[in-house]
Write a protein that binds this ligand. Structure first.
Ligand code: NI
Length: 397
């Protein structure tokens, strides 16, 4: 079970999480949060502190154990959401219209507590741990890419990440090798027709009829072009054309999102979608514009790190604490720290569901709550991973 060291930190861990919960800040505006974390990290004596972006920060702790050194990153996001909290808690949000409704307050508190433990246990690891307190996960293009461009991942051999989840029972770990979360991409299609009099369609190229064909044809991408075991979603969420009942418009725009797992599925959907749009507009004698914006990429968990995580969780808490989970369709910007497979990573879902304390509501909901009992599991797990990966016996992990 838990190390006494970890249990001794529990009260401070919960206090820290409540302090962050009370003062949530929106993406790219986490100024007070960054200040708070920075002063706590300075006080505990980390080796290096830096702020590569306006908000968010990096803390480095160097181990003193002899051996082969490696560098491990641990990422924790710190931003909140534009939601009015509707929980009756003594530490509920004091910032109107802003709420930690996804548990990022917990992620930051877990990473901060991990830092404190690592500072006290430098003799037990060889190399460095870089704690990446990342801003703006909730607002694409997100803070991760900004930190990476500023060099935050340089020299790291692997990066770990953690996210609380009210889907899984408290204190259990949702684990999956390979794709864990979805690519969250956006597409914009414009059908370029020829407008005119509604009574004389033969003199026009009607973009609405062509757009309707595209809408239906795109449904076949998932149902007919992808394997049934390959999860994907294509949703057209906006369709706009025309401004009068008796005028055939010039153009129609279709905007939507695709969700799928891994880089191959993403490339496939992108190419096939454009092929369908090209073919249908060509058949209609219309033109088209097509744009695709990559959103957050899939979290791709490394096999070896996943296996190690399972072993450590089993050894520490018992095999029943490991849940082998299916992929999750929401997105997450943590994978930018892995730079397209340049380094391996492992991202874990830490369960916090417990109906008895109300932590069974969905994320991004005004009634979202966590079970604070799960926090120490997160700390112990990350500590176990860090000490094992930096035990000084491996070549670059
Ligand atoms: Ni989140």
């Amino acid at each position: 079970m838990f190390e006494p060291d970890v249990l001794r930190q529990e009260a401070a861990l919960i206090a820290c999480r409540r302090r962050l919960h009370e003062r949530p800040e929106l993406s790219f505006h986490e100024f007070e949060t960054t200040e708070y974390l920075e002063s706590a990290l300075r006080e505990m004596g980390v080796d290096e502190l830096s702020r590569p972006c306006k908000t968010g920060l990096i803390a480095t702790i160097r181990g003193k154990k002899p051996g082969k050194p490696a560098a491990l990153g641990v990422r924790a996001d710190i931003d909140a959401l534009p939601i009015q909290e509707d929980n009756d808690l003594p530490y509920r949000s004091k910032n109107p219209g802003v709420m930690h409704a996804c548990g990022h307050d917990a992620h930051a508190a877990i990473a901060l507590t991990l830092a404190r433990l690592l500072c006290a246990r430098r003799s037990e690891f060889c190399g460095t741990v870089r704690l990446l307190f990342q801003h703006a996960e909730e607002l694409p293009p997100g803070g991760a890419i900004e930190m990476v461009r500023a060099g935050a991942a340089e020299g790291l051999d692997a990066v770990l990440g953690i996210h609380l989840s009210t889907t899984f029972p408290s204190g259990h770990f949702g684990v999956r090798a390979g794709a864990l979360t979805a690519n969250t991409d956006r597409f914009d299609i414009t059908v370029l027709g020829k407008g005119g009099h509604c009574a004389l369609p033969e003199t026009c190229i009607d973009p609405v009829v062509t757009g309707a064909q595209i809408i239906l044809a795109l449904q076949t991408l998932v149902s007919r072009k992808m394997a049934a075991v390959d999860p994907a979603v294509v949703s057209i969420c906006q369709a706009n054309a025309g401004n009068a009942y008796n005028i055939i418009p010039n153009t129609m725009t279709l905007t939507g999102t695709t969700r799928c797992l891994g880089p191959q599925a993403r490339a496939f959907l992108h190419a096939e979608m454009e092929r369908i749009v090209r073919g249908i507009t060509q058949a209609a004698g219309a033109g088209y514009e097509f744009s695709w914006q990559d959103g957050y990429p899939s979290v791709m968990n490394d096999e070896g790190l996943t296996k190690l995580a399972e072993q450590l969780i089993e050894a520490r808490f018992g095999a029943e604490r490991v849940l082998h989970i299916s992929p999750l369709m929401p997105g997450e910007d943590y994978p930018y720290f892995l730079e397209d497979g340049k380094r391996p990573g492992f991202f874990v879902e830490l369960g916090t569901r417990n109906a008895a304390c109300g932590s069974d509501q969905p994320h991004h909901n005004p009634h979202f709550k966590i079970d604070e009992d799960c926090l120490k599991y997160g700390v112990q797990f990350l500590l176990d991973m860090a000490l094992r990966l930096l035990d000084g016996t491996r070549d670059a992990l």
